[in-house]
Design a protein around this ligand. Structure first.
Ligand code: ACO
Length: 428
């Protein structure tokens, strides 16, 4: 592989160095493009061909269906690690020792109390508010209750901000759900594990002891691990770009939550269930909806199918499909929605339209099914995604700040009017 790329514009030839990653990915370093070519830029809407940074956190190969955090295969992490171990590895680069993990968990628990005034903000939301709107607002509100900005050069300050958000965020998630379901706001228990505590905070009723079902706990642990990072996706890029202005960690996370909300990103798990409900209400005819999905004059898309980067299969979907089967079997769930999901999956896997375009079920096709079986309301699905993605966002924000990345500021090609005279309002 050569180490330079040449670009010819008219008579002029420009040379740019190639950058090679540890997995042999190659990028053309165009940092000097504008200055050497007298203002020429690249255009790449959606940034499908543009690397915004060099990162040592997550490797994914969409063609081969590979996903690794810090070099560890997602399959192995989902099988052998806990969500908190994965969070530690993402944020600090290495899997924790037993002592490091215990200290990390103890520190997180010690910071898990949310200022009681946050309740007042939550109370002011109408019950009809979407949980993602509430979560992004409450995360942003944490900034007001924790005003000192993080000195990123201080390891201690960085660590404190990280354990603080990892402690408080699950409380906000649980409170968001409890607000919707009318349950009193609570705290979990310091003696529970991180994921057990999340379950307790979400589901415990005031007059009943909450017993953890280990199969559901395992499935939730896996779901959170599978969602924990996905390199430079829409919400993560948003966190990095918001943070690149030196906005604080909580404010940058709040921006990421808003980006995650959309149905083409994290909102897809909600959209999957809404689509299945709609198909059921319309008589359960999956063939009709397959035809709609293929009709170019119909805006309908099969939610939960296709992925921006995985073009053969989504490795997370393979893992979570197995967990979904286990949860449904354990809970003895018989749900017509699941039959519709299985029908669509089978038809799509055998349909040339989907096969030719390499459109396979993605992780969100199955995550919604598990969340529904767990009794989590549909509107909360994307909030659960945010809970899983939190360590990835933190790791990426931290890396961006420690690498001293410049403020994110893309360029454009202007296509509007040329200079024209101002007309006074009487003459328009
Ligand atoms: N249903 C029907 N057709 C589809 C679908 C779908 N779900 N997804 C893509 N296609 C078709 C497109 O119409 C296009 O067809 P054409 O080549 O004939 O024009 C072709 O497949 C390629 O589609 P693109 O939109 O170019 O694919 P892209 O990679 O840009 O988009 C995306 C990926 C946004 C995920 C898309 O597949 C989609 O909308 N899927 C449904 C939403 C969804 O599940 N999103 C979750 C993503 S996973 C996550 O965020 C964790």
């Amino acid at each position: 592989m050569p180490d330079i790329a040449k670009l010819q514009i008219g008579e002029n030839v420009y040379e740019f160095p190639l950058v090679k990653g540890t997995e042999n990915e190659v990028g053309i370093d165009i940092k000097t493009l504008r200055s050497t070519t007298n203002g020429v830029i690249t255009i790449d809407p959606g940034f499908k061909n543009t690397g915004s940074c060099e990162s040592a956190i997550t490797f994914l190969d969409g063609e081969k269906g590979i996903l690794r955090y810090r070099g560890f295969a997602i399959e192995e992490l989902a099988e052998k690690a806990s969500f908190l171990e994965v969070a530690y590895a993402l944020i600090f680069g290495e899997l924790p020792t037993k002592e490091q993990l215990e200290k990390f968990h103890t520190d997180i628990k010690s910071k898990s109390v949310v200022d009681d005034d946050v309740r007042k903000i939550l109370e002011a939301f109408p019950k009809s508010a979407h949980p993602m709107g509430i979560l992004s607002s409450l995360t942003s509100a944490l900034t007001a209750f924790n005003p000192s900005s993080v000195n990123v050069d201080s390891e201690e300050e960085m660590y404190n901000a990280i354990v603080k958000i990892l402690g408080k965020f699950p409380v906000l998630v649980a409170w968001t759900m409890r607000k919707k379901s009318g349950l009193p706001l609570n705290y979990g228990s310091k003696s529970s594990g991180y994921v057990e505590n999340v379950m307790k905070m979400m589901f415990e009723e005031p007059n009943e002891e909450y017993i953890i079902n280990p199969i559901i706990k395992d499935a939730l642990d896996k779901l959170l691990i599978l969602h924990a990072d996905h390199e430079q996706n829409c919400s993560t890029s948003t966190v990095r770009i918001a943070g690149s202005s030196h906005a604080g960690l909580f404010a940058s996370l709040s921006a990421g939550i808003s980006a995650l909300w959309g149905p083409l990103h994290g909102g897809a798990n909600q959209a999957v269930l809404e689509m299945l409900e709609a198909i059921k209400a319309d008589g359960g005819d999956t063939k009709k909806y397959m035809a709609k999905a293929k009709d170019k004059n119909d805006p309908f898309r099969l939610m939960g199918f296709g992925h921006r980067v995985y073009k053969n299969f989504d490795p997370r979907a393979t893992i979570i499909k197995k967990a979904a089967d286990e949860v449904l079997k354990d809970l003895g769930v018989e749900d017509p929605i699941l039959e519709i999901a299985r029908g669509l999956e089978q038809e799509a896997l055998n349909d040339p339209y989907f096969v030719d375009r390499k459109l396979y079920p993605n992780v969100d096709f199955y995550s919604g099914i598990i969340y529904r079986a767990m009794g989590i309301p549909v509107e909360m699905f994307t909030v659960m995604f945010a809970l899983g993605r939190l360590p990835g966002w933190i790791a990426q924000w931290k890396e961006m700040r420690l690498n001293k990345e410049p403020i994110g500021r893309p360029r454009q090609i202007y296509t509007g009017e040329n200079l024209r005279p101002f007309q006074s309002i009487e003459k328009r």
